[in-house]
Ligand binder design. Structure first.
Ligand SMILES: Cc1cc2nc3c(=O)[nH]c(=O)nc-3n(C[C@H](O)[C@H](O)[C@H](O)COP(=O)(O)OP(=O)(O)OC[C@H]3O[C@@H](n4cnc5c(N)ncnc54)[C@H](O)[C@@H]3O)c2cc1C
Length: 367
């Protein structure tokens, strides 16, 4: 492809995207590029920007519905950060904890995952920063940090994602969101410029962050030493909770719709250096979409609305509303993306007609 020919970026053409998403449906991508360094990505990003080519960043495809037409080159190219460089993780073993590190300047360290910022720059932080490339698998990270006795990500057990995709979506569940553990994010804009977003500048809200840069390159988490056995036990508990309340074995993208009226946790930088949770939930497990129960926030779980509209088991072609959790739409073999979209539309129309509430899609649809 002309766009890529002189950039030395590995790329594939005519790639079926179904195999790269959890729904397992959808058409092909004209091009999927796999940059192996920040420099390669930067060159590719700016080239696409100059040429007016749209870029779709693919994580682990767990919140994605690719249409049946796929992403033909006229619509853009897909970039997947799955080369070794973007899957690096640095647990910072042996690093001092609690120190105060210099804040990197914009554009500094464009080749690496970024220097660990030691300490929170304001007291109260006894945590060690864990630097993780955006392409690293979140579930592996949850397990690995627990095994190493690092507290802070156990609530993310059972959520399929790349680290970049999880931060982009502020993924979370009944026990909290990923944003609570994020200390700093390294990003790249469409022109290929690299910079950092620090916690005091980040806002995480319900399935949303204020990161607008196209590419999340790496994430630094603030984790705290704790007993590894207790943390592993916690991981198992959260995982079992999820397994019992959601159709984890089916091809889905998790919750199809957001909870109407849910603002949920807002994690903002706190002057004192620690994460501040302005959270209207009183207790764990309350108020979240993926358990289907109404929460203290007063938000109405989308799953409950869909269930009460009598839509569990509703099916078009190969797409069906789960009987276990009504906010999950899953696909049967032979399903088309258009089947999933038809189910989504029917659900939205029915819930609107019955309740006056417009459900907003949580799942991202390409192109
Ligand atoms: C069985 C199942 C259970 C689930 N349970 C939950 C749950 O409990 N809670 C929850 O929140 N979600 C849940 N989900 C949805 C999904 O796990 C999350 O939305 C997750 O954050 C998606 O991450 P991903 O890497 O797969 O992103 P993708 O689906 O690949 O992409 C999602 C969006 O993120 C963008 N993106 C991905 N990587 C990057 C990057 N490096 N830089 C910039 N943008 C990027 C994409 O462009 C896209 O817009 C579930 C999904 C499944 C299949």
């Amino acid at each position: 492809m002309d766009l890529l020919s002189d950039l030395h970026v590995r790329y594939e053409v005519d790639v079926p995207l179904a195999g790269l998403t959890w729904y397992g449906v959808g058409g092909k991508a004209g091009v999927v590029a796999h940059p192996s360094s920040v420099q390669q990505l930067s060159a590719l990003a700016s080239r696409c920007h100059e040429a007016g080519v749209r870029v779709y960043v693919l994580g682990s495809g767990a919140n994605l519905l690719v249409s049946d037409e796929g992403v033909p080159v006229e619509k853009g190219i897909v970039i997947k950060l799955d080369e070794a460089f973007f899957k690096r993780v640095d647990f910072g073993d042996g690093e001092p904890v609690g120190g105060v590190g210099a804040k990197p300047q914009a554009g500094e360290d464009p080749e690496g995952l970024g220097k660990r910022s030691e300490g929170g720059g304001g007291g109260g932080n006894v945590g060690g920063g864990v630097m993780v490339g955006a392409g690293f698998d979140l579930m592996k990270l949850v397990l690995e940090t627990a095994k190493r006795g690092l507290e802070g990500l156990q609530h993310m057990a059972g959520i399929p994602a790349s680290v970049g995709g999880a931060v982009r979506m502020n993924a979370g569940g009944a026990f909290g969101e990923i944003g609570t553990a994020v200390k700093r994010v390294q990003v790249m804009d469409d022109r290929g410029h690299v910079y950092y977003r620090d916690r005091d500048d980040l806002v995480f809200s319900y399935r949303h962050t204020n990161i607008v840069a196209r590419y999340i390159l790496s994430v630094e988490f603030e984790l705290y030493p704790d007993d590894a056995d207790a943390l592993m036990k916690r991981v198992r508990e959260v995982f079992m909770y999820k397994k019992n309340s959601q159709p984890m074995g089916e091809n889905s993208a998790g919750c199809a719709f957001k909870n109407p009226g849910q603002s949920m946790t807002t994690v903002k930088g706190a002057e004192a250096g620690g994460a501040e949770r302005t959270d209207d939930r009183e207790e764990e497990g309350d108020g979240e979409d993926d358990d289907g129960r109404a929460g203290a926030s007063g938000a109405m779980p989308a799953g409950k609305l869909i269930d009460e509209a009598g839509l569990k088991g509703y099916r078009v072609g190969g797409a069906e509303v789960s009987k276990l959790h009504a906010n999950f739409i899953y696909t049967h073999p032979g399903c088309k993306a258009s089947d999933v979209l038809a189910v989504m539309t029917h659900v939205q129309e029915t819930v609107l007609a019955k309740t006056g509430i417009a459900l907003e899609r949580e799942v991202v649809v390409w192109p």
